[in-house]
Design a protein. Sequence first.
Length: 541
Amino acid sequence: MREEILKAALENAIKYNGKAAVNTVAAKVFSQLKVDDKAAIFKEINEVVNYVNSLDLEKQKEMFGGDVKKVKKEKVRVIPDLENVSGKVVMRFAPNPTGHLHFGHFRQALWNWFLVEKYNGEFILRYDDTDPKIKVPLKEAYKSIADDLKWIGIKPHKTVIQSKRLNEYYKLAKRLIYMEKAYVCICDAEEWRKLVVKKKACPCRDLDVDTQNKRWEMMFKKYKEGEAVYRVKTDLENPDPAVRDWPGFRIIQKSKHPLDKKSRVWPLLNFASAIDDKEFNITHIVRGIDLRISDDRQGYIYKYFGWKYPTTIYQGKLILKGTKSKTEIKEKLATGELQGWDDPRLSTVMAFRKRGFKPEALIQFIKDLGIGRNDVQVSIESLNALNREIIDKEAGRYFFVKDPKKIKIKDAPKLKTKVLIHPDNPDGGARILSTNEEFYVSDEIKKGQDYRLIHLFNFKDNKFVSLDYDASVKTTMIHWVPVKDCVKVEVIMDDANVVKGFGENALNKLKVGSIVQFVRFGFCILDEKKKDKLKFRFTHN
């Protein structure tokens, strides 16, 4: 096992100018060998990597004794061509602001943006918010969605809020009535369903235009909720009953809409979306394949007005294993099971941002998944790996001891140890650790075992042995924090549990939002600085 670790560490060090990365070496070792106790092996990997990094490059090459494969070139991610491009490409991202952006929505936003950028086109952010009864908008979601898009680098050329465009929909609804392409139905809902299943027209369908127009006006004043529905006429022989005379408007007497509590006649999504896609000159639509029926429904409006329907690109669902849907999130927020939309257990963009994920990682991840029709199920580990590559280059290394145990090393010298903040960046500054005989550690200290406090000295049976590392002695490397030069630290983990301990005092110099790697623990982002402690969020290993 130790020989395999040494081989992996030497190979990695030679690839990167003499400096091996612990996480990279560990990943290779764990992928090649069956490991039962990863924690124990990780300690040994730390020890070997430190030893290898203490050697010069020529010595490393001599010990490796073979050729090292060149580092693979970065994967080229290609954005596919659009069909039916003639003139300016205009696309839209149309979230329903019932909550903050979920990862699946983010995928759709990014693919609209990728394609618009490729063709130097126009990106429209449109809030589909015209269901103030069932899909009630969340007031703060309008801003948070815009903030999430800005964070990832998406800059909408125009923002549209459908709930502020009701009069535009009313005008075209009335035109369809005069064209005898729409009607107001006051039939019992269940009776209407029985008729439409039999492909038969209801008694309201063929009433004269004047009657239909009067009923339309009565929807705004007289009819109560559920008593009248505006329907778009379609082919009653259509094989899909859901397409037959689909509803375009309904009455909602008590609007819960945060921006409009007075309006009572509201367009359903397919009507408002069809109108806006035309009025804002949308040329291409990225749509979930589960919404394919929308093309059929909206196609009737386009046919009646003589419009050309946009080209549709269908996309399968993105399922991130172990994550919750928007509906589940709302239920658990209501019961207090979740801390908020940025709860670390969620796959909202807000949660990823708070945990220290980088926009570049999410962009690469979404590009790699492509834009196919098939549903895609992926593990969060795939995203973690991409993010790790990015933050590993910039995250400073610091000591954090969870579940601390205080030990005293007899005869330990008082030292001031200077350690690079990042081992691969000598110009990135150093941190100073002042020590005496007392330390906090996480490890169980066993009698008769040789230990080395990383970057400091060797000890055995709680007695100081020597300063210099001796490669001939099988020594267990452990991280540590000096008792008299430390700060309280709390880490909110990805399962929302809180890990407490002590960190080195240099952490106090960090700014909120700084990403660090706690040695033998993982990457974390500084979330809050308090007088008596620092609060971090766990990013990933």
